[in-house]
Design a protein around this ligand. Structure first.
Ligand code: NAI
Ligand code: MG
Length: 501
């Protein structure tokens, strides 16, 4: 194929699998609308940047309101014609299981793409990719289990509670986990909905591949559509489109607020998974060796670009110095570099903009009077690299303790009592997750009750399971993904009354 927007495989010296090269060079890298790969009506394209080098390696169609409209209309038609929605449950399950198998077959491609535009290190990509496969296989089992109910009534009435799909679901995704795309799409699909997916402009490729695999698995054309482009154009147009019944958004608080406000004009259903400034509480009775390693990795993992990054580390004053020394020791030797190198521990951040944001916050932290115990500088290489950075002497009211940095930057804050620990942990606009490190079972339970967050991990961090609901409270958003609650998110209950009199 010789389109302006097929990849020229100018992907540096990266050792990509042949399948990945084929995907990049032979696919029309556009939108997937009504089962067709199409370019933008106005021919606009946008660059995809490799964060390992800072160089453009491919161009992708950049859509706007026209593409949002075409995709929304296609999704509406596909929903109304019922080919997917009314497919018998076991047939839906067979299609979704095929999708899971196709994702397996494309494991290498998904890993390559995670590294190439997502900047996820080679050692971590298998976990991201496996999670997407697991989510697909988990929801593949749901269509036959979405049951209604009968309400108790007198003899002359029958009242059914029927669970119906909500229609066209808009899914707006961030860039930090491209291969987790099934997380946003497979639950609404399992419920019989149609989907318009807008991936982040930084990571458009995996979503396109995913959409193509949905078609190959047997999802009818128009049921899964993918539109590419910037948030304020194609994304906003989707939120504003009358044929889109719900919006599931993952990303920043600022954009989440804008989306909720825009959706309000249509009284559209919204779920928001926003950021965090998640605390990790380390008590004096913790297993210090385990806790210090885990606490550090909870911030270095994917260079801190994970919504649940445990970026505020609250440590009991009696163990503070030893704990910090251990984290510094364990982190000093980490290799920062290209995510294609098998021995890299910390890869790049996603973009120049993100790198600038991280650098700016580190300057703010210095100016606020916090101490740099490790790192604090850009890493000396092309691409968007920043050294793992530990700030000590942080007060919880400093900007580096309150605002989501989304980079490898940790703020360490000492505390003197359990009550003070809960108070500091909760003194944030966010409420996504928290970690608790203690061997005292009473303290662990107390913590789980006191912490105002969507997830508490005790003596572990960042575990997830397809069956365990995930989401936040306060400014971290509302709505839950994963597990059975996601089925409720993407259906509504219709009550049907029959009078037998
Ligand atoms: P963003 O929240 O602006 O973008 C996320 C998604 O929303 C992208 O697909 C984007 O195109 C879309 N979008 C942007 N504006 C939109 C609008 N008006 N209407 C509809 N869709 C829109 O995040 P961005 O700008 O990429 O990153 C900024 C900061 O957000 C990061 O530094 C980080 O702190 C935070 N963030 C948090 C994430 C999380 O998982 N919690 C993920 C990504 C970013
Ligand atoms: Mg933005």
């Amino acid at each position: 194929m010789n389109d302006a927007v097929s990849g020229k495989a100018s992907v540096g010296g990266h050792a990509l699998s042949p399948k990945t090269r084929r995907f990049l060079t032979e696919t029309r890298l556009g939108h997937l609308i009504d089962g067709e790969l199409v370019l933008s009506a106005d021919g606009a394209t946008m660059p995809v940047i490799d964060p390992n080098t800072g160089l453009e390696f491919v161009r992708v169609a950049q859509g706007g309101a026209v593409e949002a409209d075409r995709a929304a209309q296609a999704a509406r038609r596909a929903f109304e014609d019922g080919r997917w929605r009314n497919l018998p449950p076991m047939k839906k399950e067979a299609v979704l299981r095929r999708l899971g198998a196709l994702l397996e077959e494309h494991r290498e491609v998904l890993m390559d793409l995670d590294m190439l535009d997502g900047g996820i290190i080679r050692a971590q990509t298998p976990f991201f990719v496996q999670f997407g496969i697991d989510v697909t296989n988990y929801y593949a089992g749901w269509p036959s289990k979405i049951e209604g109910a009968m309400s108790p009534t007198g003899a002359n009435l029958v009242v059914q509670q029927v669970r119906e799909p909500i229609g066209v679901c808009g899914v707006i995704m961030p860039w930090n986990a491209p291969s987790a795309v099934p997380l946003g799409v497979v639950a609404p699909l399992a419920c019989g909905n149609s989907v318009v997916l807008k991936p982040a402009e930084q990571t458009p490729l995996t979503a396109l591949l995913f959409g193509m695999l949905c078609l190959e698995a047997g999802v009818p054309a128009g049921v899964v559509n993918v539109v590419q482009g910037l948030g304020h154009s194609v994304g906003a147009a989707l939120v504003d489109h009358p044929e889109v019944d719900s919006i599931s958004f993952t990303g920043s608080v600022a954009t989440g607020k804008r989306i909720q406000a825009a959706a309000a004009a249509h009284l559209k259903r919204v779920s928001l998974e926003l950021g965090g400034k998640s605390p990790q509480l380390v008590f004096a009775d913790a297993d210090i060796e385990r806790a210090s390693m885990a606490a550090a990795w909870a911030v270095w993992g994917h260079s801190g670009q994970i919504c649940t990054a445990g970026s505020r580390v609250l440590v009991h004053r009696s163990i503070h110095d030893e704990f910090v020394a251990r984290m510094v020791e364990a982190s000093r030797a980490l290799k920062v570099g290209s995510c294609f190198d098998a021995d890299t521990h910390v890869g790049p951040v996603i973009s120049q903009q993100q790198l600038d944001q991280v650098s700016r916050y580190v300057e703010i932290g210095r100016a606020e009077g916090a101490t740099v115990a490790l790192g604090g500088r850009r890493h000396d290489a092309d691409g968007y690299f920043f050294q793992p950075t530990i700030f000590t002497g942080v007060r919880n009211d400093m900007a580096i303790a309150q605002e989501e940095i989304f980079g490898p930057v940790m703020a360490v804050i000492p505390f003197d009592s359990d009550d003070e620990a809960w108070a500091i942990a909760n003194a944030t606009e966010f409420g996504l997750a928290a970690g608790v490190w203690t061997r005292d079972v009473v303290r662990a339970h107390r913590a789980s009750q006191r912490l105002k967050v969507g997830t508490v991990w005790v003596n572990t961090y960042q575990l997830n399971e397809t069956s365990v609901p995930y989401g936040g409270v306060k400014a971290s958003g509302f709505g839950r993904s994963l597990g059975a609650v996601s089925i409720e998110e993407f259906t509504h209950v219709k009550s049907v009354w029959f009078n037998l009199d």
